[in-house]
Design a binder for this molecule. Structure first.
Ligand code: SIN
Length: 532
C-alpha cells in the first residue's frame, strides 16, 4: 500500500500544476499511464487564452466563451475563470514558460487569433505551446522532494471507504504487472479526455477516458457527455495519425477550399473560417458527404514561407515530412474528435459528487465550456481549477487516512492473462465514429445502442475474468465512455452546440445539462442549466 496526502492521476497541465501546488503542503503521488510527457497538453498547438491586450476586455472573453457554449455555460464560473486567468498565467511565466513575444526586444506577448474569439488573445509558444508548458512543469515537478512520480502506472478503479469517501485507487504497475493500492486523503483526477473512443482523433493514445469511466463506476455524477468537439482541421494522411493543423493557421488567414478550389464557409457562417468549431466541422462534414469525398483543403499559400516557418515551425516541418510545402501547397484536412466538453460533474472548487474526489481539466465538466468549448480555453481551465482544488482541499489534509479493506491488497489476480482483441477495440471506435459523430440521428443512436450494450457486457465480463492489463483497462474505459456519450445523446431531444441530431434539428428554449449516475440506472435526468 502506497500512502500519501494527495493522489494525482494524470500528467497534463491540470495534474502537473496541481501536483506543484499540493506539494507545498503535503506529499503527492503522481501517477501516469505512460511517461509524464504523454498527455494531450503536450500536443496543444494553438495556445492559452488570456486577456493581456489593452484593447481587449474580460467582458469580451466571457462573451465569446458564452456564445461558443450555446447557452449551456455556467456564466458565473466563466467570469471567475477569466478574472483569475492573468494570475495563473503569471505563475506559468514565473515557473519558466516562455510565451512568444511580439519581437525579441518586446515585453508584449504575440497574440494569436482562433475561431469564436472576437479579439487576438491567444498566448502561444510558437505552435508548440502545450509542449513548452509541459516541459517546464515537468522540470519543476522533479525539483520537489514531496512529489513521487510513478510512470507506467495505470489506474484501474477508485477505492471508496465504508462512508463512500474516495480513499485511493487500485493501480496497475505496468512494469511488473502487479496491481497496487494507492491510498490518499485527497484524490485528484486529471486524466484528460477520451478522443480514442473515436476512430479518428487528434488525441494521443493515452486519451481513453480513464478518469471519467473510473468516476462513473464509483458513483460520481457525469455531465454533458454528448458534447464531443471535433476539430475541423486534422491532416488527412493515413500515416500522420490525425496530426492537428492548428486553428491559429486559420487565424492567420488560411481558407478552406473544396477539391475544385472553391471556398465554401461563407454559406455556413458570416465568421467563415473563424466561426466556432462546431459550425466549421459540420460545414466540412456536409460538403464531404455531399461530394463523397474524404478531405477538403486548407490554403495558407497567401503567406510567405518566412512567415510560416517562423509562426508555425512545427506544423510546417510536419507537413513537409508528408511532401506538403504549406507556402505553395494546399493542406488536405478533415475533422477528428478533439475535446470532451462533458465529464465528471464538478462544483466551483473542482469537487466531484463523491467526498474527497476532485477532477480538473478535460476529465471534468465544470460548466465553463457549455455545449462547445471556445478555442484555447482548455489549458486555461486546467490551471485555474488546479489552483481552486488546491485551495479547497487543504482542509482535508488534517484528517486521518481512511481505513482501506485488506482485501484491496489481494487483488493480484491469479487469472488467465488478458489478450485484448483488436476487433473489439476497432469496433467500438468505428461505432462511435459512425453513429456518435458530427451528425447524429435517432436511428443511428438506436443502432449504436444495440451494439454497444452487447460489447459492454462482453468486455466487462472479460475484465473480471482475466488479469488486468493496460489494454484491457483502456478498452473497458472507452467502451464505458461510448455508452455515456450514447445515453446523454439519447437524452437530449434538441440540437445544440456540438450535439446535432437531424431528428431534432432545433434548439430548445430552455437549456439543461444531462447528468448520468450509475446508481440511478434508468433514471437519467436532465437539470436546468444555471446560466442566464
Ligand atoms: C488548435 O491549436 O487548433 C487547438 C487549440 C484548442 O483545442 O484549443
Amino acid at each position: 500500500m502506497i500512502k500519501s496526502d494527495y493522489l494525482v492521476i494524470g500528467s497534463g497541465i491540470a495534474g502537473l500544476s496541481f501536483a506543484l501546488k499540493g506539494a507545498k503542503c503535503g506529499t503527492v503521488s503522481l501517477i501516469t499511464k505512460r511517461k509524464l510527457f504523454d498527455s494531450s497538453t503536450s500536443r496543444a498547438q494553438g495556445g492559452i487564452a488570456c486577456v493581456t491586450d489593452r484593447l481587449d476586455t474580460f467582458e469580451e472573453h466571457v462573451g465569446d466563451t458564452l456564445s461558443s457554449g450555446a447557452g449551456l455555460c455556467n456564466k458565473e464560473m466563466v467570469e471567475k475563470m477569466v478574472k483569475e486567468s492573468s494570475s495563473r498565467i503569471r505563475e506559468l511565466v514565473e515557473l519558466g514558460v516562455k510565451f512568444t513575444k511580439k519581437d525579441e526586444f518586446s515585453f508584449e506577448f504575440d497574440l494569436g487569433l482562433e475561431g469564436g474569439h472576437s479579439k487576438r488573445r491567444v498566448l502561444h509558444a510558437g505552435d508548440v505551446t502545450g509542449a513548452e508548458i509541459e516541459k517546464i512543469l515537468i522540470s519543476n515537478v522533479y525539483r520537489f522532494e514531496n512529489i513521487t512520480v510513478y510512470e507506467e502506472h495505470a489506474a484501474v478503479d477508485l477505492i471508496l471507504d465504508d462512508n463512500n469517501f474516495c480513499s485511493g485507487a487500485r493501480v496497475l504497475n505496468n512494469e511488473n504487472s502487479k496491481v497496487e493500492v494507492f491510498q490518499a486523503k485527497v484524490v485528484v483526477l486529471a486524466c484528460g479526455g477520451s478522443g480514442k473512443t473515436y476512430l479518428y482523433t487528434s488525441n494521443p493514445d493515452v486519451a481513453t477516458g480513464d478518469g471519467i469511466a473510473m468516476a462513473y463506476r464509483a458513483g460520481a455524477d457525469i455531465a454533458n457527455m454528448e458534447f464531443v468537439q471535433f476539430h475541423p482541421t486534422c491532416l488527412y494522411n493515413g500515416e500522420a495519425k490525425s496530426f492537428l493543423i492548428s486553428e491559429a493557421v486559420r487565424g492567420e488567414g488560411a481558407v478552406l477550399r473544396l477539391k475544385n478550389g472553391e471556398q465554401f464557409m461563407d454559406k455556413y457562417s458570416s465568421q467563415k473560417e473563424l466561426a466556432p468549431r462546431d459550425i466549421v466541422s459540420r460545414a466540412i462534414d456536409t460538403e464531404l458527404k455531399a461530394r463523397r469525398e474524404n478531405f477538403v483543403y486548407l490554403d495558407i499559400t497567401s503567406k510567405s514561407r518566412d512567415f510560416l516557418v517562423r509562426r508555425f515551425p512545427n506544423i510546417y516541418a510536419k507537413c513537409l515530412e508528408y511532401g506538403i510545402d504549406m507556402a505553395k501547397d494546399m493542406i488536405p484536412v478533415t475533422p477528428a474528435a478533439h475535446f470532451f466538453c462533458g465529464g465528471i460533474n464538478i462544483d466551483e472548487h473542482g469537487r466531484a459528487s463523491i467526498e474527497n474526489l476532485y477532477a480538473i481539466g478535460e476529465t471534468a465538466c465544470s460548466g465553463i465550456h457549455g455545449a462547445n468549448r471556445l478555442a484555447s480555453n482548455s489549458l486555461l481551465e486546467g490551471i485555474v481549477y488546479a489552483d481552486r482544488v488546491y485551495k479547497d482541499s487543504l482542509k482535508l489534509l488534517n484528517r486521518e487516512h481512511s481505513k482501506i479493506n485488506d482485501m484491496e491488497n489481494k487483488i493480484n489476480n491469479f487469472k488467465k492473462l488478458s489478450q485484448v482483441s483488436m476487433q473489439e477495440w476497432e469496433e467500438i471506435r468505428r461505432l462511435a465514429w459512425s453513429y456518435l459523430g458530427i451528425y447524429r440521428s435517432n436511428e443511428k443512436l438506436l443502432k449504436a445502442k444495440k451494439r454497444i450494450d452487447i460489447l459492454k457486457n462482453e468486455i466487462d465480463k472479460y475484465f473480471v475474468d482475466t488479469h488486468v492489463s493496460v489494454d484491457s483497462i483502456e478498452l473497458r474505459n472507452i467502451t464505458c465512455v461510448a455508452k455515456l456519450i450514447l445515453r446523454s445523446a439519447m437524452l437530449r431531444k434538441e440540437s445544440r452546440g456540438l450535439h446535432f441530431n437531424v431528428d431534432y434539428p432545433f434548439m430548445l428554449s430552455e437549456a439543461y445539462n444531462t447528468i448520468l449516475n450509475i446508481n440511478k440506472k434508468e433514471t437519467l435526468y436532465a437539470v436546468r442549466c444555471r446560466e442566464e
